[in-house]
Design a protein around this ligand. Structure first.
Ligand code: PLP
Length: 472
């Protein structure tokens, strides 16, 4: 490019002579007068991208207490395992028994952890697992010749739940939450009818509460001939302690990229295996990897809902989950759950003097504060922005919808007490600033590479082109 731009100075270069010959054959109206391509040296390019990468925030450079997402530390050994050349294979190379054995063993581990009878690793994310599970429930009722049309969903549910249900052409029916944070049993009983396919429940729910009526809830559904689906995104605090199969769940998904440690955020890739009890096994996606007489075989079921993903899902995520489970082991999994719960309760108890809690009770792996005690009109959004100045990724905000101004905090088991205390201290400082220096909050973040964005403009006038090429 240097040659092109410096044509006048170095006009005798043979390259440019040839270029001029070509140019004379091109009609004038098609000829460009100038070309502006940035000229950068290697060191400038390297510095540019290195600095950009340093502007990113990730769980590798600080705490990331994003509720509902389980942004735990992802052991680097998983990445080493995922890069083993022998596992970098074409999915059709079926002679690679090692890869199939890993998938098979992972299915077995997931059954042991959840109390389900069989798993399919095909779905590529939690939401994909949900729609796969609903299709399985649909297939079950079709086989029995029953026409049911509605799925019950608590009003604290993640947005993907009603979306998956609607996508499968069922009608979501909302059930209220009780003051305790669990499902309102009276409302549930009232909503029951012959049309009900079942329930899609999240337990512990998105308020971080384990529903103490879960046995009663699944019984009400079963008594009406319905099926119970568990959104298993919150499996983290139950590992090695409770099996969903024991509390009446018939079909569920796990988010391997949350509970079983894969770097995520920014859109994937993920993995949302679906597990079922014995009577639903024939409906799982085809083909399945099973063992017969000690031999791995592919099984095709006539009653299957069919494929939901090519081959057996996102294999590299399955590898990471397998590596994680093997590395921490049975007692390690239980420690994960216990520490996640202890960390969340420690933080909740320390923060509740400063921030309002709508549900002041023992939580599981996450808990919710809100902005109702904030002076000077300071909002949850302001608190979240200011947390960035203290080196924390903001927690989930304004979700779940049933708590006004919600901030859903999930410290995870992988943060040290020092980090939990640093977060608590930052939150205390923020509360004081709200009283004495509210501008610091309304203008935050002040120390990050990019300041506060105009979120309304970003939503109304999205700029979806590369910088510089859009006149707006
Ligand atoms: C993350 C999450 C989902 C959706 O899972 P994806 O893997 O993002 O599709 C559903 N429900 C809850 C409670 C979640 O936290």
């Amino acid at each position: 490019m240097k040659l092109l731009n410096e044509k006048s100075k170095e006009g005798s270069s043979s390259f440019n002579v040839r270029l001029l010959d070509i140019q004379t054959n091109i009609p004038g109206n098609l000829q460009r007068a100038d070309i502006t391509i940035p000229e950068l040296s290697e060191v400038e390019v390297v510095r540019h991208y290195t600095n950009l990468s340093k502007s990113n925030f990730s769980v590798d450079n600080g705490p990331y207490p994003l509720g509902s997402c389980t942004m735990k530390y992802n052991p680097k050994i998983n990445e080493v395992v995922a890069k083993i050349p022998e596992f970098n294979i074409h999915p059709l190379s079926q002679h690679n028994k090692g890869a199939l054995e890993i998938i098979y063993q992972l299915q077995e581990y997931l059954c042991e952890i959840t109390g389900m009878h069989a798993f399919s690793t095909q779905p590529a994310a939690g939401a994909h697992g949900e729609s796969t599970g609903i299709m399985i429930m649909d297939a079950w009722f079709k086989k029995r010749g029953e026409k049911r049309t509605k799925v019950i969903i608590p009003n604290s549910a993640h947005g993907t739940n009603p979306a998956s249900v609607s996508r499968c052409e069922f009608e979501p029916v909302q059930v209220k939450s009780a003051l305790s944070g669990g499902i309102d049993l009276d409302d549930l009983r009232q909503k029951m009818s012959k049309d009900i396919v079942g329930i899609m429940i999240t337990n512990p729910n998105t308020l971080g509460i384990f529903d103490e009526n879960i046995l009663e809830i699944t019984k009400i559904i079963h008594d009406h001939g319905g099926l119970c689906y568990l959104d298993g995104a919150n499996m983290n605090p139950m590992l090695g302690i409770v099996k969903p199969g024991d509390f009446g769940i018939d079909v569920m998904h796990l988010n391997l990229h949350k509970t079983f440690s894969t770097p995520h955020g920014g859109g994937g890739p993920g993995s949302g295996p679906v597990g079922v009890i014995k009577k639903l096994e024939p409906f799982l996606p085809n083909p399945r990897i099973v063992k017969k007489n000690d031999e791995l075989v592919f099984e095709q079921s006539k009653e299957s809902i069919g494929r939901t993903h090519s081959y057996y899902g996102n294999f590299s995520i399955l590898l990471r989950a397998y590596s994680y489970i093997r590395a921490v082991g049975s007692s390690g999994l239980r420690n994960v759950a216990e520490n996640a719960v202890i960390n969340a309760n420690y933080m909740k108890e320390k923060l509740k003097k400063h921030y309002h809690l709508q549900y002041d009770r023992t939580c599981q792996h996450e808990f919710i504060i809100d902005d109702s005690w904030m002076p000077n009109g300071i909002t949850t959004n302001d608190i979240a922005k200011r947390l960035m100045d203290f080196g924390f990724h903001p927690p989930t905000i304004y979700f779940p919808l049933i708590v006004k101004g919600a901030m859903l905090i999930e410290p995870t088991e992988t943060e040290t007490k020092e980090n939990l205390d640093a977060f608590i201290d930052a939150m205390k400082v923020i509360k004081e600033e709200a009283e004495h220096d509210p501008e610091k909050l309304t203008k935050a973040p002040l120390n990050t590479p990019i300041g506060r964005l105009d979120i309304v403009r970003a939503a109304r006038k999205p700029k979806l082109t590369w910088c510089g090429s859009n006149p707006n």
